[in-house]
Design a protein around this ligand. Sequence first.
Ligand code: SF4
Length: 271
Amino acid sequence: MAKIYSHSRISSFEQCPLKFKFRYIDKIRLEITQTIETHLGRTVHDTLEWLYTQVQKAKVPTIDEIITHYTQKWEENYNPEIPIIKKEFTVKDYFNKGVEFIINYYTKHQPFDDNTLETEKKIMIDLDDKGEYKIIGFIDRLSHDIEKDEYEIHDYKTANNLPMQEQVDNDRQLALYAIAIKESVGEEKKVCLTWHYLAHNKKICSNRTNEQLKQLKKDTLNKIKEIESATVFPHNKSILCNWCEYKKDVCPVWNNIVEDKETKQEELDIW
Ligand code: SF4
């Protein structure tokens, strides 16, 4: 049977092998796995997906309609137990951030006529010839410029950080998605990778050659084999622990079971 990996599963191992073990080997499922940031991210993604679904039906929603949709989704899925890591902000602050992201995106991109083909498009690619290893993923939005005959993979980001061009040029996730699109429309077609950094109202683009994509398949397969051959899963204590669902009750590093003197508490509180 094929082994199916996702970009986030691989990234989880790269970020902290112990977290990977808790999630994918021990399969520890906690009641609350969201943070307010993930709640914000999911609600904004859902709202933009709804926007483009309406556009595909030739009904461009008004800004009021889209904010109403965002508000309904926020309330439907909000749980008061969702933790807020940055104590200087309130739930309302996060809600308002989302409103601002959507208004800015709407203003910049209306009338949304870049020919959306699909939203939340599921992709699956083989990493090896025998089909033993596959990558699964979901593209936020795929559009096609008919005049240039170019495809564009869109990804929405709601985090505050803005990466350098070099970082997006080395990003694995959208490049893997580009492989899937090229397998479907033809290797010779241009597929652009586009990230919408909503907190900065900025779009960053990147491209890959076919050679780079072939190499990426090999590198990804090697990374998976490395994960599968791992016998120890060391913790990687970092600022990102603040957003890890296992920090509070499960992770021994944070529950006085393992002593780790390398990271000071003050360093973890600056996020
Ligand atoms: S809290 Fe930090 S060290 Fe512990 S599992 Fe999560 S990411 Fe790893």
